[in-house]
Design a protein around this ligand. Sequence first.
Ligand code: AMP
Ligand code: ZN
Length: 113
Amino acid sequence: MDDCIFCKICAGEIPATVVYENDQVIAFEDLNPQAPVHVLVVPKEHHANLLDDVSAAELAEVVAAIGEVARAKGLSDRGFRVIANTGADAGQTVEHLHFHVLGGEPLGEGLIP
Ligand code: AMP
Ligand code: ZN
């Protein structure tokens, strides 16, 4: 996708602070963090969101990468939250599938602020 900002990050055309990367997935710091730790886990293949033909194998890679990010950022013991905004009502702003990994402080019990 030529005009996709996350595809450009995956291709190394736009800088990002990379936390973890393998052939299928990249994880980098969110530009506008909403918690002390806020990392985006992004499959390198372009999908608009979770409804866009995402394979079980890709999701398995994402889950494994989330574990790597949690360990790298010291979240394993205290926990963290994962969010995948999907479509307009969820406020999705970047149309390339991504998973927010949030933590580093108690996030509260509610899912929505
Ligand atoms: P969403 O609202 O779920 O689509 O989230 C998009 C996220 O991408 C937001 O939290 C933005 O702060 C983040 N973001 C947008 N552009 C960049 C970028 N170039 N590098 C890192 N994070 C970005
Ligand atoms: Zn993309």
